[in-house]
Design a protein around this ligand. Structure first.
Ligand SMILES: *Cc1c(COP(=O)(O)O)cnc(C)c1O
Length: 379
């Protein structure tokens, strides 16, 4: 039995009638950019996140850029952020003209460690961008307290955290702005690219609404230089259909994660993720830690179990980012976990027998690869 890393085909077949109806309705309306379907989805998604408003845009990367621009983050400013993430988090900071300042992550959740914030503070610091990595939220209380004490903005990169929560608050509702991606493989995915920014601040929302459409406040009335970052009507319509299932699909992911945890409990050398609050993690990615990760991935793939690594290189080690960023401290945790991150197949409809197959293969493959466990089992 082969197990794919992600498989959405069955789900898409199940909802294809609804998707086709939405497509036909968009086609009949003749409206393909900034219209009723976009507005409907913005209010549905804002409600889902417990925020007052949201602005749809063309990707999660664009959402981050819009958020930084709307908050006035630009040249000369520093933004404290995490090196354990997808490149887009820092890319958007650089694109806005500011400098990413990397601090080390916490060894249990791999999210930005609030204890490292004060060492990174300078008179240029303007904002903090925490990432809710893999679907588990960063420790937001101390991050918000620090930001408040020093007059900084907080932008949540929630691109992996649609529906995750922290002490009863939804991802995207705690910082000034929350940014989400609807890249097809995300917990809520479009049938193409899309993104959204959430906020409770009407002025910020209006600012991003204008920025995503060339800085226009009304036709040919430009207040500033913006960009074309609009959300397609067709993607918005598809997203409204898929949003209905997000909550139950997140629960399926939590159940799948519990099964992995059970099967891998006694697998020597493999550490399962530490979870602060079991129902709050939405498992965009089920990432374990393994020594000799690259060989294990190769072996797993050879056995027909697709595995990957998110992310094998911390951002400060990527030359394009290293040239334009700063480092505070040694980032030892980030470097160590990046060398060990191993992502197992995870998607809502993953079956119990697929989970068994992945777990058995991992136990078999890693016992052969892990020198210390082999030595122990012989003694
Ligand atoms: C996916 C992702 C993004 C970028 O989203 P796109 O829609 O692909 O532009 C940004 N940050 C994180 C953490 C992501 O996982």
């Amino acid at each position: 039995m082969n197990v794919p890393f992600i498989d959405l085909n069955a789900y898409h077949r199940q909802i294809s009638q609804h998707l086709r109806e939405e497509f036909d309705s968009a086609l009949d309306s003749g409206q393909f950019s900034i219209g009723d379907k976009g507005k409907r989805f913005e209010s549905q998604f804002a409600k889902f996140c417990d925020t007052k408003m949201a602005v749809g845009c063309s990707s999660g990367t664009e959402a981050l850029w819009l958020a930084l621009k709307a908050l006035g983050v630009g040249p000369g400013d520093e933004v404290i952020t995490t090196p354990c993430t997808f490149i887009a988090t820092s890319e958007a900071i650089v694109r806005a003209g500011a400098t990413p300042v990397f601090v080390d992550v916490s060894p249990d959740t791999f999210n930005l460690d609030p204890n490292n914030l004060s060492a990174a503070l300078s008179d240029k610091t303007k904002a903090i961008v925490p990432v809710h990595l893999f679907g588990q939220m960063a420790d937001m209380d101390p991050i918000m307290d620090f930001a408040k004490a020093h007059g900084l903005y907080v932008i949540e990169d929630a691109a992996q955290a649609h529906g995750a929560s922290y002490k009863g608050q939804r991802a995207g509702s705690i910082g000034q702005i929350g940014c989400f991606s609807f890249y097809p493989s995300k917990n809520l995915g479009a049938l193409g690219d899309a993104g959204i920014a959430t906020s409770n601040d009407r002025e910020l929302i209006e600012n991003m609404r204008s920025l995503r459409n060339h800085g226009q406040i009304s036709t040919y009335d430009y207040t500033e230089i913006g960009w074309n970052s609009r959300l397609d009507e067709i993607q918005a319509a598809f997203l409204s259909v898929k949003l209905r299932d997000l909550e139950s699909q997140n629960r399926q992911r939590v159940e799948a994660a519990a099964k992995y945890r059970d099967r891998l409990a006694n697998c020597s050398g493999i550490s399962v993720p530490v979870v602060k609050s079991p129902d709050d993690h939405i498992y965009h990615i089920f990432s374990v830690q393994a020594p000799q990760r690259d060989q294990i991935i190769e072996d797993m793939n050879n056995h027909g179990v697709q595995c990957r690594s998110h992310y094998p290189t911390p951002l400060h080690k990527i030359p394009a980012i290293a040239r334009v960023s700063k480092i505070v401290g040694h980032l030892k945790v980030a470097e160590k976990c990046a060398s060990r991150f191993l992502s197992l197949p995870m998607f809502p409809s993953i079956t119990e027998s697929q989970i068994d197959r992945v777990s058995e293969t991992l136990i078999q493959v890693s016992s052969r690869r892990e020198p210390t466990s082999a030595a122990t089992s012989q003694s």
